[in-house]
Design a protein around this ligand. Structure first.
Ligand code: TRP
Length: 333
């Protein structure tokens, strides 16, 4: 039996934080062992928000270094740049011919983006879902590991794939399904006392692997606490529970237990807890921080990885695009 094909795109938006790692990345690392994975940096997609050239290139580089350091193995998975495979752009063009204004304009992410950047509601934003569909079906993927926020896009991908099959009376593209690890995931809370760790939730909420130990200490020490419990075995408020949840990830069980006991006996000192948590986060992130540093300065390694990815992705994409041209009636003379 050949392995199931998985495709996932990574937005080149900068460095990884603990939340990314325990979310998407752990899944990617597990899937590369069991599936035929195509992971790509979505640099075409990022043009919908007009980054500057230096910005874009730098972000692509650092995202690559972060993912490699985290354990994406370019020998096992195909790790490539979206823009290295213009076959995707060609398939995007074909799909756009059968994608309708109404369905694209109804898409939630489009409406949200249009609200956020009212002076730049470009056609790329509108057709974001057709490009994403092209990314996925160019490799005839069966599975797409995505979060809830991408489910509508995936539904549109199925719609475009089925429409193609119907229009040309072929059974060519499979229907890609979401790969949802949901329940198995540890949700990493942020440091601001609200919900999950994310970079859009504001400065200081997320801990990046690339953060300097000094920065990590500062972020942790600034986390929200209060004057402490007043009754034995009191339920922890969410922002305190969040600190314990982080501790469960990075500290030893003994340490967690000690602070938990202190909390329950109303003798906890949040200053001590934060100091301990900060040091444990620093040690936990240390190996990745070092790896990122060494990869980011290793131009020839990055180049080699990108070339290897391009070659593998090209093989799969050019096969699809040749067959698609044939189906559509664009034939060689
Ligand atoms: N839209 C995805 C995101 O915002 C990124 C992405 C682009 C993607 N193309 C994809 C994800 C294809 C999965 C498959 O995170």
């Amino acid at each position: 039996m050949s392995k199931e094909i998985v495709v996932s795109g990574i937005r080149p938006t900068g460095d990884l934080h603990l939340g990314n790692y325990f979310g998407a990345i752990k899944n990617f690392i597990a899937m590369q062992e069991t599936h035929n994975c195509f992971f790509f940096i979505a640099d075409y997609h990022s043009l919908t928000t007009h980054p500057t050239p230096e910005n874009l290139h730098g972000n692509v580089r650092s995202v690559l270094a972060n993912y490699l350091a985290a354990g994406i193995d370019p020998e096992k998975a195909t790790l490539y740049l979206q823009s290295d495979i213009p076959e995707t752009a060609e398939l995007y063009l074909f799909l756009n011919m059968n994608a309708y204004m109404g369905e694209l304009a109804r898409c939630t992410s489009f409406k949200e983006k249009a609200r956020k950047q009212p002076n730049n509601v470009n056609a790329g934003l509108l057709t974001y879902p057709t490009l994403m569909a092209a990314d996925i079906i160019i490799h005839k993927a069966q599975k797409v590991p995505v979060g809830k926020d991408q489910e509508q896009h995936l539904e549109m991908t199925r719609q475009f794939a089925n429409r193609f099959n119907r229009m040309y009376n072929v059974d060519y593209f499979p229907e890609p399904q979401a790969f949802n690890f949901g329940a198995q995931l540890v949700k990493i809370p942020g440091l601001d006392g609200s919900g999950k760790m994310g970079k859009s939730e504001g400065e200081g909420n997320a801990i990046f692997f690339s953060d300097d130990p000094k920065v990590i200490r500062k972020k942790v020490m600034r986390a929200l606490t209060d004057s402490g419990p007043t009754e034995l075995n009191q339920t922890k408020p969410i922002y305190i529970q969040n600190l314990f949840t982080l501790m469960e990830v990075v500290s030893t069980p003994d340490v967690v237990k000690k602070f938990d006991n202190d909390y329950n006996n109303c003798v906890i000192r949040y200053g001590d807890l934060k100091k301990q948590l900060a040091e444990d986060i620093v040690s936990f992130t240390e190996p990745m921080r070092e790896k990122i540093k060494s990869i980011i300065s290793n131009d020839s390694y990055i180049k080699k990885v990108v070339e290897m990815g391009r070659e593998k992705a090209k093989e799969s994409a050019s096969k699809t695009i040749n067959e698609v041209r044939e189906i559509i009636g664009i034939k060689r003379f």
